[in-house]
Design a protein around this ligand. Structure first.
Ligand code: UDX
Length: 459
């Protein structure tokens, strides 16, 4: 029997919606709040505004069992909640630092809603948004300010930090079977509440269709607020740097005639290194790595520290996009008037997210050089067309390839591994060129179809 909790989740984006749906799946009463009325109306109809495998089913299941509700009223949700998660955007500001205006506005509103209300237990305010180190205190300060404006400065609440490590495309799996749960707080009672709330995940006792379960027990890491906030930045910056490292190695592999896929395999078998996040290619994008690395660099500079390693990681990542252009120029020479097909537009497969997607930068660089750029993506074609008017989006991969001088595999969606390469070759201008931005295809298959193969770091 799990302890009963009423939970509010503020922000119905990737993180908030996944968190809400998963907590409802555990059996808690959850209300997801968002100020976007259209989004909430959509969710009330059982539809999800984002593409994330399995999320819609989980949302509908939660709503059907009466565990999951949606609302635009934050103050009402605050009144009914034992635990309130903040999962709103912290976008990158102009100077690279995280923009805390949404988190700040929510904190003030929480303070206002709490003022004058008698509570049996303090409200636990859980910050899931990625915020600069020290923001836990900032959230407390704004809650107090909001309360003071509401006419009552003495309110009962605790702020804890609970950084999120979910990956888009496997968000539900990552939430229910995480490698660890990290909790930062300054008071014991808040940690105890969070330990009880996460008990079904820590002990892996919730219902699942997976057999066997991938985990027996999940480590629960407790620390202070600042360290919890830092863990998130350090983890993402490390992963981004790991990718930039293998991309640098890939470039050297090309120069010396080595194959980076073998190198990554051989390196990755060392348990201290590990095989994951050693796939070379056009580099990292998405809503987290670019933003978090930028924010960590900005934090370091605020304290007059030059983050040379993080700077280099970003420089390598920027080079990777440009290397696509260099590879195309080696075969096609001038790109002016050449037709180039981009396969995959999202920043990675199984998501419709185009934030910091390499495709956008590559399409822009090609457009600057006078190429005619055609793009295809299994889910995000329409969205991409709105973002980049110069990109001609089509809705069939073979359509994109018709008359193309070269094709670039930008995102490794499974369907690109299944392409009929002979058909690809027959549709393209001769000699056809394929730049494999993700080293996703077998070079032997591509060459056998009469297509020139250009991978990243493959000799
Ligand atoms: C990431 C973190 O993994 C997650 O823990 C955090 O909470 C949010 O940021 P996400 O952005 O969803 O998750 O994507 P992820 O699967 O980590 O990939 C990030 C980027 O790195 C993608 O652009 C991907 O294509 C690229 N990548 C990943 C590589 O280029 N090579 C690799 O080996 C792995």
């Amino acid at each position: 029997m799990i302890e009963e909790f009423n939970i509010g989740v503020v922000g119905a984006g990737y993180v908030g919606l996944t968190t809400g749906a998963c907590l409802a799946h555990l059996g808690y009463q959850v209300t997801c709040v968002d100020r976007d009325e259209v989004r909430i109306a959509f969710l009330k109809e059982g539809r999800t505004p984002i593409y994330e495998p399995g999320l819609e089913e989980l949302v509908r299941g939660g709503a059907r069992r009466g565990c999951l509700r949606f609302s635009t009223e934050l103050s009402k949700t605050v009144h009914g909640a034992d635990v309130l998660f903040i999962a709103v955007d912290t976008p990158q500001g102009n100077d690279g630092s995280a923009d805390l205006s949404s988190v700040g506005a929510v904190a003030r509103e929480i303070g206002d809603a709490l003022s004058g209300i008698e509570r049996l237990r303090p409200l636990v305010v859980v910050n899931k948004s990625t915020v600069p180190v020290g923001s836990g205190d900032y959230v407390s300060m704004l809650i107090e300010e909001g309360a003071a404006e509401g006419g009552n400065g003495t309110i009962a609440y605790r702020v804890v930090s609970n950084p999120e490590f979910l990956r888009e495309g496997s968000a539900i799996y990552d939430s229910l079977f995480p490698d660890r749960i990290v909790l930062g707080a300054d008071t014991r009672d808040a940690l105890d509440t969070m330990r009880a709330l996460y008990e079904p995940i820590i002990e892996q006792t919730f219902p699942t269709q997976l057999d066997p379960r991938p985990k027996d027990v999940v480590p629960f890491v407790t620390t202070d607020l600042a360290s919890a906030e830092m863990i998130k930045y350090a983890a993402n910056a490390f992963l981004a740097t790991k990718i930039s490292f293998i991309n640098e190695v890939a470039t050297i592999c090309e120069l010396v005639g080595a194959d980076v896929t073998s190198v990554a395999h051989g390196m990755g078998l060392d348990e201290r290194i590990g095989r994951r996040f050693l796939s070379a290619g056009i580099g990292w994008g998405g809503s987290c790595f670019p933003k978090d690395v930028a924010a960590l660099r900005s934090i370091a500079r605020e304290y007059d520290h030059e983050p040379v390693l993080l700077d280099a990681s970003v420089t390598v990542n920027e080079h990777q996009r440009r290397r696509v252009i260099a590879k195309l120029q080696r075969d096609l020479h001038t790109l002016k008037g050449k037709r180039i097909a981009l396969l995959g537009l999202t920043f990675k497969p199984n998501t419709d997210d185009l934030r910091e997607a390499p495709s956008l930068e590559i399409a822009h660089l090609l457009d600057q050089r006078g190429a005619r750029v055609f793009g295809y993506d299994p889910v995000a074609g329409k969205k991409a067309a709105e973002l980049l008017p110069s990109l001609r989006v089509v809705f069939d991969p073979y359509e994109a390839l018709k008359g193309a001088h070269a094709v670039v595999v930008v995102t490794e969606w499974d369907e690109f591994r299944e392409l009929d390469l002979n058909r690809v070759a027959s549709l393209m201008e001769k000699p056809p060129v394929l730049v494999d931005g993700r080293n996703a295809l077998d070079p032997r298959d591509v060459k056998a179809a009469g297509i020139r193969y250009r991978g990243f770091g493959r000799g």
